[in-house]
Design a protein. Structure first.
Length: 298
């Protein structure tokens, strides 16, 4: 402290005599010297004051200014850059259903990329809900048989294109609720309203339930699909296995007898635990099966 005051006094004197600062600055210098003399007098009368001043000066030297906002901005930019590069792998998980969001999604994308090339080149589709539904735990997984339509007229809509679309698709999305089928109002065409009613009765949000098809390849009839069943199942099921394991699925809901039969064969759900027959003119029958691991199939 004393050194700082002396330096200030010397600087002021030099400035006055070299630059002609005037009498006001001279008075200011004398005022500073007077303060310095008062401080020295106080210290001489109370030595403990000097100790306190020295301790305060030492403490101030140790304190580093906190730059909370700049550091926060820097951290935020780092997170944004990391997310822009792709999902971040996080390994502090205890079970498949506990994997962090990005890890689940990344693992499923890797399973999709591992599909055989001849499957990727064919007309088809993958998922009927957005990335969010495949990035969080879900006890339910919905599976149809395969995409409908005509592979001839929809030749450009390949499975490979669907993989790219899944990576870029909005997180909150449902083909049953948000897509326009055959030019109709979204959610009103074909099986869309029936599926939405089904989800509503279960208290589920259509955009949050992972949904897909057992087979990703498109066909005009089920008979055409059956001819290549073994090959198609072998190619597509690893993706479904990954979804079931990563999301912690315990119940698989299948649309149609054939879809249910093929999925039961894959998960070994041979124990019939329930059955329901419609009371209308159709008299359609629904069944519930369970495998040894406790996975339910409806």
């Amino acid at each position: 402290m004393q050194i700082a005051l002396v330096a200030m006094a010397i600087y002021t004197l030099v400035w006055i005599f070299t630059e002609g600062g005037g009498y006001l600055l001279l008075l200011a210098m004398l005022f500073v010297v007077a303060i310095y003399a008062a401080v020295l007098w106080g210290i001489s009368r109370n030595p403990q004051l000097k100790i306190h001043l020295d301790e305060a000066e030492a403490s101030l030297k140790k304190v580093k200014p906190r730059r909370t906002m700049p550091n926060a901005r820097k951290a935020t930019k780092g997170i944004v850059k990391a997310l822009a590069k792709g999902p971040v792998e996080m390994r502090a998980s205890k079970s498949p259903a506990d994997h962090p969001i990005d890890d689940r999604q990344q693992t499923i994308i890797e399973a999709l990329m591992a599909l055989p090339d001849h499957i990727k080149r064919q007309s088809g589709a993958l998922f009927y809900t957005g990335a969010d539904a495949f990035s969080q735990p879900s006890s339910i997984y919905v599976l149809g048989l395969n995409p409908g339509g005509d592979p001839g007229t929809q030749e450009a809509n390949t499975v490979a294109k669907a993989i790219t679309a899944f990576e870029k698709a909005p997180g909150q999305w449902s083909a049953y609720q948000d897509d326009s089928w055959e030019g109709a109002t979204p959610g009103t065409s074909g099986m869309q309203p029936r599926v939405l009613h089904f989800f509503k009765m279960l208290g589920l949000d259509a955009r949050s339930v992972p949904a897909s098809n057992v087979i990703f390849v498109r066909s005009t009839t089920e008979g055409t699909l059956t001819l290549d069943k073994d090959e198609l199942i072998s190619a597509c099921w690893p993706v479904h296995r990954t979804v079931i394991q990563r999301l912690g699925v315990t119940t698989i809901i299948c649309f149609g007898i054939t879809a249910g039969k093929w999925v039961r064969e894959q998960v070994g759900a041979n124990n019939l635990i329930g059955e329901f027959r419609e009371t209308n003119a159709r008299r359609w029958k629904s069944q519930a099966h369970q495998n040894r691991e406790g996975v339910d199939l409806h």
